[in-house]
Design a protein around this ligand. Structure first.
Ligand code: FE2
Length: 445
């Protein structure tokens, strides 16, 4: 029962439900029902949703009230917002500056970024980051985890993104990771810069063990990351084994630290592209160890399909981690862009349905439950990775964050990269987009 006049009332919403266990704990072994039901229809009740004072106050069929703003969405899909669980906002929108990455490799990208970041200013970082966030928010992304390079003494990227976090908090939730792009032990002051980043208020401790100078430094860096996280009570998200080298095995070190520390779901391994190249005897052993953790995984299929395999002739490896197998095993897997128009990836529009679609293709997740799972990887699973589940979801009492898609199912949304028609953030309509309409002009076929 709605007592006060709602500020927004959404009529006739097909409200998307979480797929049971969105991590795949049930979907990983699809039930007979999941396999046999038609793939084009999600089981979504048609309801009205009332929003007041930034929160969802009622969800029920045919709510008997009016509101300041009423939107009849005519049975279109209403979903919790997309979650961008891995992006680098500090480098976004710098493609071609000071030069284009002609080899397309990760390492040329790092060299170009090393040059570009010499000219970083707070205004530069903030302007590009906010422009990227707006682009994403207009496409339904309201929760973002961004890495900030903390390899420079000025910590400009981090300071800029911390200011952005505050500036956008009314319409987007931003987490900032202290990311030592050049390695915690790649420079004499880098360790101290990590600690300074914690003191300045970074939400998450990052790392890049495969880019440390030696394997020993890589192992040591992971121990240091866990130490900092414990000391400052922060989450962990490590760029881990983002290389085609099948001997890059820092994931096992993170797994061991996660088991021993009991940090569980507070730890995330990003990229883990070497996992693609491990021999199965080793990979299966590692999968067994992973079952003892609640470690989160983030794959970035758009960029890793272009970055990885560059040293291969043919056949070329896909270089994306074992998303399907991790999901089948019940690990929480989410997806990110990693980059939007920067030295590593010149493309990208910030649309999470592009990311989900690429995962469907590269990870060969074309079964109906698998396609649904890829949608969950850019929504509920991302919220779980970011530890935001208490405020995430279209439920009475929760903050009113939701999107309306011009689609009737997860499958439909991914297949057509459906337009996000309305974006509501903390109870405010912040973006409206009309679906493109084409007209057949040739007459009867
Ligand atoms: Fe990254």
């Amino acid at each position: 029962m709605v007592t006060a006049l709602p500020s927004i009332l959404l009529r006739r919403c097909s409200l998307l439900q979480p797929s049971g266990q969105s991590s795949g704990q049930s979907l990983g072994q699809p039930s007979e029902g999941a396999e046999t039901r038609p793939p084009v229809i999600d089981i979504a009740p048609v309801v009205d949703i009332a929003i007041e004072a930034g929160r969802i106050v009622a969800i029920a069929p045919n709510l008997e009230c009016s509101a300041q703003l009423e939107l009849d969405v005519q049975g279109q899909l209403v979903s919790p917002p997309f979650v961008e669980s891995h992006i680098h906002l500090d480098s976004a929108l710098t493609v071609g500056e000071p030069r284009w990455n002609q080899s397309g490799t990760l390492f040329e990208g790092i060299e170009i970024w090393r040059d570009r970041k010499q000219s970083l200013t707070l205004a530069d970082v903030k302007q590009r980051a906010i422009a990227t966030l707006k682009q994403q928010a207009m496409q339904g992304v309201l929760f973002v985890r961004s890495h900030a390079d903390v390899s420079e003494h000025s910590l400009t990227a981090l300071k800029g993104l911390l200011e952005v976090r505050e500036a956008v908090k009314d319409w987007i939730t931003l987490q900032v990771v202290a990311f030592p792009q050049d390695g915690i032990y790649g420079g004499v002051k880098n360790d101290a810069l990590m600690e300074e980043a914690m003191k300045l208020g970074a939400d998450v401790v990052g790392g890049i063990p495969h880019y440390e100078l030696t394997r020993e430094d890589g192992v040591r860096s992971i121990h240091r990351i866990f130490e900092l996280a414990a000391q400052y009570d922060r989450l962990i998200d490590v760029h881990c084994d983002e290389i085609d080298d099948d001997q890059s095995r820092f994931l096992e070190v993170i797994t061991a630290n996660t088991i021993r520390s009991g940090m569980g779901s507070r730890v995330t391994a990003s990229h883990t592209t070497a996992f693609h190249s491990y021999n199965n005897a080793y990979a299966f052993k590692l999968m067994g160890f992973l079952q003892r953790t609640n470690l989160n995984f983030i794959a970035n299929p758009l960029i890793n399909i272009t970055l990885q395999g560059r040293a291969d002739t043919y056949p070329k490896r896909r270089g994306v981690t074992r998303v399907k197998e991790l999901w089948q095993q019940g690990q929480n897997v989410s997806l990110g862009h990693d980059c939007v128009q920067d030295p590593w990836y010149p493309l990208g529009t910030g649309n999470m349905l592009d990311v989900a679609s690429m995962a469907v293709h590269i990870c060969q997740m074309t079964g109906s439950a698998e396609i649904d799972a890829c949608y969950d990887m850019v929504t509920w699973n991302g919220a779980r990775t970011l530890h935001l589940e208490d405020q995430y979801g279209v439920e009475v009492g929760k903050p009113a964050n939701l999107i309306v898609l011009d689609a009737n199912s997860r499958y439909d949304a991914i297949r057509r990269r459906a337009t996000v028609r309305y974006v509501i953030a903390n109870g405010e309509l912040i973006a409206h987009t009309e679906s493109p309409k084409s007209q057949w002009k040739r007459g009867a076929a």
